[in-house]
Design a binder for this molecule. Structure first.
Ligand code: AMP
Length: 416
């Protein structure tokens, strides 16, 4: 019988890789919590119109990429393609704005887009995202850039650049579109078929197109930043000054529009320096809460694509420093191991073993493959003397430890 495989564009995350995932997730959670964000768990399935209304009818996500189905009662459901629209729905529905002026939320989980699968582009992918509701100051926009920069630095990801732009408010956007529409229409034949539709329905989208002829034609357009009203201009300039103050490497990219309709004013992306792949994106969406029938509350947020960060986490940082492998030489050691394990569990020390009957050198080869740094060796000699041997697989050093000192000594070593 043929084996049934996973769906196209969807992958398993295997135990070999999981430590990298956890490290990234924990880093973002820890830093966001230090910045005062609280977790929200939003559903994976929602009423499809949350996304149609939130993301925009004429966006690629809504037009081409949503996983949609009808449930048994004929309700129109979608698997969430992103988190913001759901968080906004939950913010409004649960009247979270009644509690405090500023609400800071983070979420983490799988998103689904029926995208063309390729390297770094999946149909189920994972995003960590944050949203700040209630603050219109550019300090909030800058806080998010600062948070991202701290998290990437902590993960050792430094070959990145922040791309920044402002789309202005509705008025600025309208003025700009009016200004460029003539140029776009007189050059309509230079655009791909998708862009021809975009020019009609959602002209800013043309800046996202990868087609060479479209890219060349939009190069000649004026910059949206030159069309900002005084307030939007002031907001953007203040934001940029703050980023400079943090010493973060950035580039203003007037062609950065992002693939989602709800953005106003600040938009940003974090790209790898060498291959221009985006690992995070976000911006301000001051009208979305109101447009989704909530109160008039400004907001700003970002989402990081975890799948694209995982390959960047170095393996050498993944040495398991906080796990002890129990090398059990002989039947007596295996029997004694349960006592030791109980002690380790009570003291929250992680361990692994496989109870195999093999020689010390064979055991050490096995431990080496696991990436575990510490191994505790126990044989008949050690049992007789009431000791164990603790070996550091990284340096090769080993020491004898009295049974009643096991926990203290391991805790000391794991810390270093
Ligand atoms: P967006 O929600 O489109 O603003 O995307 C935010 C981030 O999510 C991007 O910068 C990517 O890192 C990641 N991302 C978006 N789409 C995909 C995908 N199909 N596969 C993997 N990561 C993705």
């Amino acid at each position: 019988m043929e084996i049934i495989t996973r769906l196209r564009g969807i992958k398993d995350i295997l135990p070999d890789e999981i430590e990298k995932w956890k490290k990234i997730e924990q880093t973002f959670i820890e830093i966001s919590e230090l910045f005062g964000f609280k977790e929200i768990r939003i559903p994976i399935i929602e009423n499809k119109f949350i996304f149609v209304k939130g993301i925009g009818t004429n966006t690629d996500i809504v037009m081409k990429e949503m996983y949609e189905f009808k449930d048994k009662k004929g309700r129109e459901i979608a698997l969430r393609p992103e988190g913001t629209a759901s968080v906004v729905r939950a913010f409004i529905e649960n009247k979270m704005y009644m509690k405090q002026k500023i609400t800071k939320l983070y979420y983490y989980g799988p998103m689904f887009r029926y995208d063309r699968p390729q390297k770094g582009r999946y149909r189920q992918f994972y995003q960590f995202g944050v949203e700040i509701f209630g603050g219109k100051s550019p300090y909030f926009d800058a806080e998010l850039i600062n948070l991202l920069n701290i998290a990437f630095d902590k993960l050792g990801i430094r070959e990145i650049i922040f791309l920044l732009n402002s789309l202005g408010c509705e008025n600025c956007k309208d003025n700009y579109i009016k200004k460029i529409k003539g140029h776009l229409e007189s050059n309509i034949n230079k655009f791909c078929n998708d862009c021809k539709v975009r020019i009609e329905k959602n002209p800013l989208r043309i800046f996202d197109c990868k087609n060479i002829s479209c890219k060349k034609t939009v190069e000649k357009l004026p910059s949206i930043i030159d069309f900002l009203c005084n307030e939007c201009k002031e907001h953007f300039e203040k934001f940029i000054k703050l980023i400079e103050k943090f010493g973060i490497e950035y580039k203003i990219d007037p062609k950065l529009v992002r693939g989602i309709d709800y953005y106003t004013r600040t938009v940003f992306e974090v790209n790898f320096k060498n291959d221009e792949i985006a690992i995070a994106g976000g911006g301000r969406y001051d009208n979305l809460v109101r447009d989704m029938s909530g109160p008039d509350i400004p907001a700003v947020g970002f989402a990081v694509g975890i799948d694209r960060i995982v390959p960047l986490i170095c393996d050498d940082k993944m040495i398991k420093n906080d796990v002890v492998f129990l090398v059990l030489l002989g039947e007596n050691a295996r029997k004694k191991s349960f006592e030791i394990m109980k002690n380790l569990i009570e003291n929250k020390i992680k361990f692994e073993t496989d109870y195999e009957d093999r020689s010390l050198s064979e055991y050490l080869r096995v431990v080496n493959k696991t990436g575990i740094r510490w191994c505790m060796i126990l044989g008949d000699n050690e049992i007789e003397k009431g000791v164990v041997i603790l070996k550091d697989m990284q340096t090769g050093k080993q020491e004898l430890i009295e049974n009643n000192e096991i926990v203290n000594k391991i805790k000391e070593r794991i810390k270093c």
